[in-house]
Design a protein around this ligand. Structure first.
Ligand code: FAD
Ligand code: ZN
Length: 474
């Protein structure tokens, strides 16, 4: 810390109290990202407890020329929520802003502060017999504010949409330290430009989300899952078509895992049951039913019976209980964790029209195998949304860090070219952050980039909010 920083530190202490300004000791919980890929150094970690305190922190930073990196649960996967290495940025943690402010059962809405854990929001809804349908493997540690700032997807998008579709209103502290009170619970409100949708997905670069009003739904009477083994990804897509036709809006999840993804789970979490023999592709289906468990299970059995008969599915199992359902989900949710255990890898969070996915995977798998003999491909994700986590791991026994340094660029070029050629996106749900900023600059049209830069310049003219993330301004 230099003497120059002292007036800012004093101002921050005045804003939130001295105990909530951390500038010494081990700050790695905030400075190191979940993937352990980006380690920054903060001038200070500041932990406000109210919207007024957030606004005071932003004003203090503006007065002293400091930039701010907002952070929720620090589970983001693109390096956008940790400070850079300069030691000059203020890390603004929303973790202490964790109150549920209101649940309006008749309006089917819930208002919570940005630092509420996603799981806490889900539970607050469930206690009233209601459902907050955003669901992802990091829900025990990610926050509502982080979900909205990154427009998170997850496993229920097929039925309920991304975080954006679930949000009705926001409260935001602007770059000038003012509070925009946009906490509306209205489903219809066409009064000018949509400010809410500008902040959603802006990854901390346009404003600090301090609270949100989100949509709830009635809890389904039963949720059941099934697992199906497919010989090809084209069979998986055919099963999706059949499941949509037979289950309609009752189909709430359709996830896929390749054989190697499940092999990694078996290696790192050997205690988890694997109910079907290894197959090239395993699909996890989830159905939510308004009637009850027995009719839902019957519908699954009829669907999978037809798929077996058509040869779309080689083998299938329907969960017989809630415990079995959670075990199947645990299998799916363990894939990213098993991968993290295996070591750093080149991650891609891509989306494509579902119809193009089998061709993309066949083509890209083959191209990568010829570029890197022995390469291991961890391919899993939200097939129902056309969103794959298409991750590339070093050959067995290889050094993951060296692999990342040497191969990330050629691998990304190969994968993203194949994605773009099929009308896809190089970031489906994880966002841009630090990881894909150069990709955004290279692959978005000049018109789109110019519009984005003018939005950034209008909302954050001094460039103090998460600078250098998402967009390069110079
Ligand atoms: P952080 O990591 O703290 O921040 C993420 C970004 O948002 C950063 O740019 C940060 O600056 C900004 N930010 C955070 N809070 C605020 C705020 N209040 N105001 C303004 N900006 C803010 N993502 C998916 O979309 N789908 C998945 O299925 C999914 N699965 C995951 C599974 C695992 C095991 C892990 C570790 C991550 C997964 N993710 C997934 C990524 C991540 O969990 C989500 O993006 C999550 O929404 C991030 O929330 P967070 O609170 O941890 O945000
Ligand atoms: Zn995902």
């Amino acid at each position: 810390m230099t003497a120059m920083n002292l007036p800012l530190l004093e101002a921050l202490r005045a804003a939130v109290g001295p105990a909530q300004v951390l500038s010494e000791g081990d700050l790695s919980a905030w400075e190191l990202d979940w993937r352990r890929r980006w380690r920054g150094r903060a001038l200070a970690v500041v932990r406000p407890a109210s919207t007024a305190e957030v606004a005071a922190v932003v004003r203090a930073c503006a007065a002293h020329g400091a930039s701010i990196v907002p952070q929720g649960g620090n589970t983001g996967l693109v390096g956008g929520g940790v400070p850079d290495a300069s030691g000059t940025q203020v890390l603004l943690s929303l973790q202490r802003m964790n109150r549920i402010r209101d649940v309006d059962e008749a309006n089917l809405t819930l208002t919570a502060e940005a630092g509420c854990l996603l799981q806490t929001v889900q539970q607050a809804a469930a206690e009233r017999g209601l459902l907050f349908p955003l669901s992802l493997a990091a829900e025990g540690s990610c926050t509502l504010g982080g979900n909205l700032a990154s427009n998170a997807g997850g496993t229920q998008v097929l039925r309920w949409g991304n975080a954006r579709e679930l949000c009705l209103g926001l409260e935001v502290v602007t770059a000038a330290g003012e509070v925009w009170e946009g906490l509306s619970g209205l489903r219809k409100d066409n009064t000018g430009y949509d400010l809410r949708d500008l902040f959603i997905g802006s990854e901390g670069t346009l404003g600090i989300i301090t609270a949100a009003t989100v949509k709830l739904a009635p809890q389904p009477a039963a949720t059941t899952t099934a697992l199906a083994a497919c010989a090809t990804l084209a069979d998986g897509v055919a099963l999706l078509k059949l499941a949509r036709a037979r289950l309609g809006a009752g189909l709430t999840g359709f996830e896929v895992m390749n054989r190697f993804a499940l092999d990694l789970v078996a290696r790192h979490f050997p205690a988890l049951p694997r109910p079907l023999p290894a197959a090239p592709w395993t699909v996890l289906l989830e159905q939510s039913d308004t009637e009850g468990e027995a009719p839902a299970r019957e519908r699954f059995e009829a669907l999978l019976g037809a798929a077996l008969e058509a040869g779309t599915v080689a083998d299938a199992v329907v969960a017989g209980s809630l415990a079995q359902s959670s075990a199947l989900w645990q299998l799916r949710e363990s894939v990213p964790l098993a991968q993290a255990e295996e070591g750093l890898n080149i991650k891609h969070d891509i989306s494509l029209p579902v119809s193009s996915i089998p061709d993309f995977v066949q083509h890209t798998d083959a191209a990568l195998r010829s570029l890197i003999p022995g390469v291991r491909l961890v391919n899993f994700g939200h097939l129902g949304d056309g969103n794959l986590h298409y991750n590339v791991q070093a050959p067995e026994g290889g050094d993951p860090e060296r692999f990342l340094v040497e191969m990330e660029h050629p691998v990304n070029t190969l994968v993203f070219d194949a994605v773009m050629a099929r009308g896809g996106s190089f970031s489906a749900e994880h966002g841009i952050g630090e990881l894909k900023r150069d990709e955004l600059a290279a692959r978005k049209s000049p018109v789109a980039l110019a519009l984005m830069r003018s939005i950034k310049a209008a909302l954050d003219p001094q460039g103090r909010l998460n600078p250098g993330r998402v967009l390069k301004m110079d």
